[in-house]
Design a protein around this ligand. Structure first.
Ligand code: 5RP
Length: 233
């Protein structure tokens, strides 16, 4: 996997990711997040695996699974490992006060939320550009929806105040998630009450999951130009 040299935040992402990888201990069950920051974390865990650290992992995307396999990391499933010790993942926005998140610009939000929900500890790794006072100002809330009847689902989301864009892939085709669904990026602007919005979105028939992660974060590792900060829930 490329080391994202074109990303000016890459070095900060790498530092946060390595700090989080240091929390993984022998024998743990580890949730592997998705996205460029998580890719640095998987790379670091691969290095530690090569040095003899043994753990097992549940990936949050096919891409992260592929990267983990390329390092020889042992992948398992919920059938045999229902309880995850630590899940390490990136985020698109982190709200300073609450540590609530918007995730899913990479399209893996559904599996990411399942893995986070099954984890004793959910550690979020970001560079400081991801910190915001209020969720929603800069990025939309990605919402994974069923393809069947999606225009009806979209209308119901618009009724909740969203301006919707349908997620496309780099080739200009409709983006398809690992679960075979689509993503509607819902622009709300600054969200006054993200827990209430999550509850409203979850009521919409056709919505599979949203990228609002409310009350799930244990700790955020933030990389800044002057060093690492830890925000604890
Ligand atoms: C993917 C995600 C990612 O964690 C999020 O998009 C952050 O990505 P990156 O580390 O590349 O900035 O939620 O679904």
């Amino acid at each position: 996997m490329s080391t994202q040299n074109a990303d000016p935040r890459a070095e900060l992402k790498r530092k946060a990711a390595i700090e989080a990888a240091d929390m993984v201990r022998e024998g743990m069950v580890v949730g592997l997040g998705s996205g460029s920051t998580s890719a640095f974390m998987i790379e670091e865990l691969g290095r530690r695996w090569a040095e003899g650290l043994r753990f097992c992992a549940i990936p949050t995307s096919e891409r992260s699974a592929e990267q983990a396999r390329s390092h020889g990391i042992r992948l398992v499933t919920f059938a045999t490992h229902p309880q995850i010790d630590i899940d390490i993942d990136g985020a698109d926005e982190v709200e300073r006060g609450s540590l609530n998140l918007i995730k899913g610009l990479g399209g893996a939000l559904f599996r990411e939320k399942i893995v986070a929900a099954a984890s004793r500890k959910f550690v979020v790794v970001v560079d400081d550009s991801k910190l915001v006072d209020r969720l929603g100002a800069r990025v939309p809330v990605p919402v994974e929806v069923a393809t069947f009847g999606w225009t009806s689902t979209a209308r119901q989301l618009e009724a909740l105040g969203a301006r919707i864009t349908q997620r496309m892939d780099r080739s200009g085709n409709v983006f398809v998630t690992d679960g075979g669904n689509m993503i509607l990026d819902c622009h709300f602007g600054e969200i006054a009450d993200s827990a209430q919005l999550q509850a409203q979105l979850a009521q919409v028939v056709g919505v599979i999951e949203t990228g609002l992660f409310i009350g799930r974060t244990s700790e955020v590792i933030v990389a800044t130009a002057t060093g690492l900060q830890k925000l604890v829930a």
